[in-house]
Design a protein around this ligand. Structure first.
Ligand code: DX5
Ligand code: ZN
Length: 216
């Protein structure tokens, strides 16, 4: 069964308390929190202040996905806000290894995200040091985009890379995941499904979560 990580980016920000309660009562495993700075991606979302509110409203894992430049400047603030997992983009880090060390030494689980065009070999020398790889299956910046089908191949290649090296790194797939493609994504090797629109725009979000959770 995959780990289900609904992305709160697609929640109703005027009713966040209700959406958090719904997730807490659902089979969702993690809260996926998308932080955007308007520089690394062409959109701005929220920062540590809101993460702190999410932290206080759930006992579930807070999985923070940083789509920001210079993430090293904010790692401490996200730790204080209560992030459990902190993921940075390989494209945004000049010193990725140092960034990962910083995240681990602050007591968070480190993740590395890669954009659709970024080859898997950028992960070769960091894979042993991280908790998860976030494979972007859309170009980051917005919820509600279509899944890029080339991602299936990338997921299975990454799965093989991880297996061949005897590692335990989780593969998180982020972008365009829905009940209609989730089985193929899990079959390709995904461990964690991020879903924004497929959950929050569904007629019944808890049923959508149940459907995703029942896969595999
Ligand atoms: C995209 C974000 C995703 C996104 C997922 O930049 O990282 O987490 O919100 O939303 P959907 O599932 O709607 O593609
Ligand atoms: Zn995300």
């Amino acid at each position: 069964m995959p780990i289900i990580a609904p992305s709160l980016l697609s929640a109703n920000f005027l009713k966040l308390e209700d959406d958090c309660k719904m997730l807490n009562e659902s089979k969702a495993d993690w809260f996926h929190l998308d932080v955007m700075d308007g520089r690394f991606v062409p959109n701005i979302s929220f920062g540590p202040m809101l993460v702190e509110f999410f932290r206080k409203s759930t006992h579930k894992t807070c999985d923070v996905h940083l789509m920001i430049e210079e993430p090293e400047k904010y790692a401490d603030a996200f730790k204080k806000a209560g992030a459990d997992i902190l993921t940075v983009h390989v494209e945004a880090c000049k010193h990725l290894h140092r960034n990962i060390q910083q995240i681990s030494s602050l007591g968070m689980k480190p993740g590395v995200a890669i954009n659709p065009h970024t080859p898997l070999n950028t992960l070769e020398n960091i894979l042993q040091d991280i908790y998860l790889v976030c494979l972007m299956s859309v170009n980051p910046g917005f919820g509600g985009q279509s899944f890029i089908s080339h991602s299936y191949q990338k997921i299975s290649q990454l799965k093989k890379m991880i297996k061949d090296r005897g590692l335990n790194v989780l593969i998180e797939v982020d972008g365009g995941v829905s009940p209609s493609n989730a089985k193929a994504i899990v079959d390709a090797g995904a461990d964690v499904l991020v879903a924004g629109n497929a959950v929050f725009k569904a007629p019944n979000p808890q049923v959508a979560i149940d459907t995703l959770k029942a896969i595999g």
